[in-house]
Design a protein around this ligand. Structure first.
Ligand SMILES: Nc1nc2c(ncn2[C@@H]2O[C@H](COP(=O)(O)OP(=O)(O)O)[C@@H](O)[C@H]2O)c(=O)[nH]1
Ligand SMILES: [Mg+2]
Length: 316
């Protein structure tokens, strides 16, 4: 009895580890035609991978259509899904907006632990690699440790940082960082923010003020408000995206931890359900581990293909 329970649990976990591709392969094996039962299993696999209901329904509907027309057999399911996912994600990325007259101002927002501070450092590093002059703004003044953490990264990245004392007004940091950037001929200011305040309303009010103050410090700023989402948090990422989008004008997304997530399908859900472009993908904890989001490479990494070994995206 106990053995049975443990055996099932082990098997269940192994299945989760295998990720989407493994589950599709398992569903398809032994089938020749795309039966209703197979479609149901595929639906389960897509939902388990956080693809979300609307996009799952679209994908499964498409498979059903092709199968009914005699154009799809079980062996072609993975390749067809890959092509459909790539098609879904067309137009889901774009380069970051730049100010006509520097500095460009980028605010990173998101809940605690999503990867904002790490992303600020990676982004500064990436832009520096493009030859830009970059300045970091430590506008997470909620905890002293936050500015310290960013300071260590700034040093590693060889980028200057503006910070104030812990507990001070984060908007003042934004103002000073933008003013300093203008004075020093900086191309892009990347600002870290806090993910937790005393309550959600408080946090959102603070963020709105930061956006306003950035605009006061430099007309047209912020040029991007990027919501940083942990790609492994699943459907809750959608809830976060809705909350932040309503509170501040989120212009795009950074999806982090795609290297650790066996699910990744959240990318499809956020694009279909929110239409927010995905600008960057976080694929590790190091300075180099940020990539412009590449929909094709992502579809290949998620569903396996020749490009699946593409550096930087996790394979299921
Ligand atoms: N594996 C992995 N870990 C990440 C990634 N981005 C951030 N992290 C880790 O997530 C944790 C929280 O990151 P942090 O930047 O402090 O989040 P913040 O609270 O939003 O500022 C840290 O341990 C980071 O190293 C990523 O793309 N991949
Ligand atoms: Mg932080």
């Amino acid at each position: 009895m106990a053995d049975g329970v443990w055996g099932r649990m082990r098997a269940g976990l192994a299945r989760a580890r295998q990720g989407l591709l493994g589950r599709i392969a398992a569903a398809v094996s032994g089938h020749r035609t795309v039966s209703a039962g197979l479609l149901e299993e595929l639906e389960g696999a897509l939902l388990a991978a956080d693809v979300g209901m609307p996009e799952t329904m679209r994908l499964v509907g498409r498979l059903r259509e092709l199968a009914a027309a005699g154009e799809l057999f079980a062996e072609g399911v993975a390749a067809t899904l890959r092509a459909e996912v790539a098609r879904s994600l067309e137009g889901s990325s774009r380069p970051m907006r730049r100010a006509e007259t520097p500095p460009s101002v980028v605010l990173l927002v998101g809940v605690n632990g999503s990867g904002k501070t790490t992303t600020a450092a990676k982004l500064a590093h990436a832009l520096r690699g493009e030859g830009q002059r970059v300045l970091l703004g430590a506008a997470d003044t909620f905890r002293a440790a936050a500015a310290e953490q960013l300071g260590i990264w700034a040093e590693r990245a060889g980028v200057d940082m503006v910070r104030h004392a812990a507990g001070s007004d984060p908007s003042a940091v934004i103002y000073d960082a933008v003013a300093a950037a203008r004075a020093r001929g900086v191309d892009t200011v990347v600002c870290d923010t806090a993910g937790r305040l005393h309550n959600k309303a408080n946090l959102m009010a603070e963020l709105r003020k930061m956006v306003r103050v950035a605009g006061n410090a430099c007309p047209g700023a912020p040029h991007e408000v990027l919501l940083v989402l942990d790609g492994s948090t699943g459907q809750n990422a959608l809830v976060q995206a809705k909350v932040f989008t309503e509170a501040v004008g989120v212009t795009g997304l950074v999806l982090t931890k795609l290297d650790t997530s066996a699910r990744g399908g959240i990318v499809l859900a956020v694009w279909r359900e929110l239409g927010l472009p995905i600008l960057w993908a976080g694929v590790g904890e190091g300075l180099e581990d940020l990539r412009p989001f590449d929909p094709e490479a992502f579809a290949s990494a998620l569903l396996g293909a020749d490009g699946a070994g593409e550096p930087g995206y996790a394979e299921g």
